[in-house]
Design a protein around this ligand. Structure first.
Ligand code: HEC
Ligand code: HEC
Length: 447
């Protein structure tokens, strides 16, 4: 672990000049940015430091492992520019016990860590990271999760919960999404509305399970890379990300009994010496790497849109996308009054953005991945967040498990059984002429 004590509010920025009040609902409002650029007015030194941290490939001496999926955030998030989507597909599993989801946590589920550091010796003890045993005993449900892009997400993070409730209220009942309210584990100190255990609309990840980018950063650092962190929030220690994962099989723990969790290869510093272990005196602080990742992602500009010429294929495709028969725009939304950033969390206020999502979860029938939290009903496990379509052309794989690179195949897959809220849209798409399909895809390639 790298140490550098930085006190919150670390994500706060001096206010910058933005085009407040200029909420033009056209493709040009973010067109001046290239993929991977910072939002206008971002502190360049802080952005650059965050970018470096995000790009860093870590090794055992930094705390990587003992089990992990990759060595750096940027190793996975890199399509188009650092912070982007990626080819890596994580693996999750679970089962149904008495009709509810069971992540088989005692075997390391639901998220697998595919790699381990292997053996290491400390103080004469032979320690071992354990191996990923696949399939885990008892697992019956398996799902892949493709790496998603992070461009523009600071703007999404800045929206109040009421924005998502308003979006849900505007949706026709047949496709209406659900705001996935979750308990905040690690609040963003720069947003005064957040506190430990307070409820916030989960808006990040394929299933909208995570409420803010600071928490996502600590979660990914631990669960993708095996690097533990502690944080302080108004004098209370957040230790949820301070314990290493066990390997995905009960008899071969990631840390074998007796092998200490401290500054040895593959394990982190002793928890007692970590940054922000001691929160006495009302200290608030986010561990420095986590703060750096969150700053970088929060200040990434949205993907640039391509201008659409009147009468072009993309123009015709836009009309189809917005039509009542296809219903695409009911879930993949671009409401001009909602998608305007606030200053909560430290990004500039007044930036109009175009995510083409409602950040709500929908029952997608058999397209849903069947993965949930312990105790979720089967219906809840089918829920997926409307995939934001901004920047679609810079991504390779499509759908949560990256099953296709073909946009038309991804749209057809919305036709997914009787429970699918996207089923009518998928059927309507399948009924289009091939010329109409290619117009619609031309439009999607401008977003
Ligand atoms: C092994 C590859 C991998 C690594 C390493 C990785 N990620 Fe990710 N990331 C993913 C995948 C896969 C998802 C989608 C996860 C899901 O929704 O279940 C994701 C999703 C995210 C999201 C949510 C974006 C959205 O669409 O809402 C954020 C934020 C994020 N990652 C940040 C990070 C940070 C910060 C790091 C480094 C600490 C990191 N990731 C490391 C693969 C990775
Ligand atoms: C009921 C809400 C809903 C409707 C209606 C809907 N979608 Fe989706 N869309 C989703 C969800 C949820 C996902 C993510 C599904 C998954 O991967 O499991 C998605 C994924 C996609 C993807 C893949 C994006 C990616 O990042 O992989 C595309 C492309 C897409 N939708 C286009 C469309 C088009 C075009 C229409 C209209 C014909 C449409 N959608 C209608 C909810 C909807």
């Amino acid at each position: 672990m790298k140490r550098a004590i930085v006190l919150a509010p670390m994500l706060a920025l001096p206010l910058v000049v933005t085009s407040c009040g200029d909420m033009k609902d056209d493709a040009s409002s973010s067109a001046s940015f290239a993929l991977g650029d910072a939002l206008a007015g971002t502190n360049a030194a802080q952005f650059s430091a965050g970018k470096t941290a995000f790009a860093t490939s870590e090794n055992a001496a930094d705390g990587l492992g003992p089990i992990f999926n990759e060595r750096g955030c940027g190793t996975c998030h890199q399509n188009g520019a650092l912070g982007g989507a990626g080819q890596q597909i994580e693996r999750r599993y679970g089962t149904l016990t008495n009709g509810v989801f069971d992540p088989l946590a005692n075997t390391g589920g639901s998220l697998r860590q595919l790699f381990g550091l292997g053996g290491f010796n400390v103080g004469g003890l032979n320690c071992n990271s354990g191996t990923d045993a696949n399939p885990a005993p008892g697992a019956t449900i398996f799902a892949g999760r493709l790496t998603t892009p992070t461009f523009g997400l600071g703007l999404v993070d800045s929206l109040p919960d009421s924005a998502f409730d308003t979006l849900a209220s505007r949706e026709p009942s047949g496709v209406r999404g659900t705001a996935n309210r979750v308990s905040t584990v690690l609040p963003n100190p720069a947003d005064s509305s957040q506190s430990i255990g307070s409820t916030r609309v989960g808006r990040f990840g394929w299933k909208g399970g995570v409420p803010n980018l600071v928490q996502f950063s600590a979660d990914a650092y631990l669960n993708e890379m095996g690097i533990t962190t502690s944080h302080c929030f108004r004098g209370t220690r957040v230790s949820a990300f301070a314990t290493e994962n066990r390997a995905n099989r009960a008899p071969t723990n990631a840390i074998i009994n007796g092998c200490p969790d401290d500054a040895v290869p593959g394990t982190d510093e002793d928890a007692a010496t970590e940054d922000f272990n001691n929160c006495a005196g009302g200290v608030t602080g986010i561990q420095s790497d986590v703060a750096a990742f969150a700053f970088f992602m929060s200040h990434l500009a949205p993907p640039p849109q391509v201008a659409i010429t009147a009468g072009s294929a993309a123009d015709r495709g836009r009309t189809l996308f917005n039509s009542a028969s296809l219903q695409c725009a009911s879930c993949h939304r671009d409401d001009a009054d909602i998608f305007v950033s606030t200053s909560a969390g430290g990004v500039p206020a007044g930036v109009r953005f175009h995510p083409f999502s409602d950040f709500l979860v929908h029952d997608m029938g058999t397209l849903g991945d069947g993965i949930g939290n312990a105790g979720d009903s089967v219906a809840v496990t089918r829920r997926m967040r409307t995939a934001p379509l901004w920047g679609l052309r810079s991504r390779n794989g499509k759908l949560h498990d990256g099953r296709t690179t073909d946009i038309a195949t991804a749209i057809s897959a919305h036709n997914a059984g009787t429970n699918g809220q996207g089923t009518p849209a998928g059927q309507a798409f399948n009924a289009l002429s091939s010329a109409q399909k290619s117009d619609l895809i031309a439009y999607l390639n401008t977003l």
